[in-house]
Design a protein around this ligand. Sequence first.
Ligand SMILES: [Zn+2]
Length: 90
Amino acid sequence: MTAMSVLVALVTAGGALLLITAAVVFGGGYLLTCRIWPFRACGRCKGLGRLHAPNGKAWRDCPRCKGTGRRLRIGRRLWNHAERTKRNAI
Ligand SMILES: [Zn+2]
């Protein structure tokens, strides 16, 4: 093994470690976000809970969020699913 290949191996290992660390940090941060703020604004109505007709005067409840203007985060949905599965397993 030459010095160059050792260096390449070290850099690759360091890069992988950095990648794993970044994934853990971002994943943990996202989980924490899902724990504290389980909802996000509905993308369809931008959190208003209603959709306006093209003339801007008539409106109806947003069908995607059912007029609440909020949507459960994907991470929180998975979390709830996991909790439900765990609860039903016992
Ligand atoms: Zn909506």
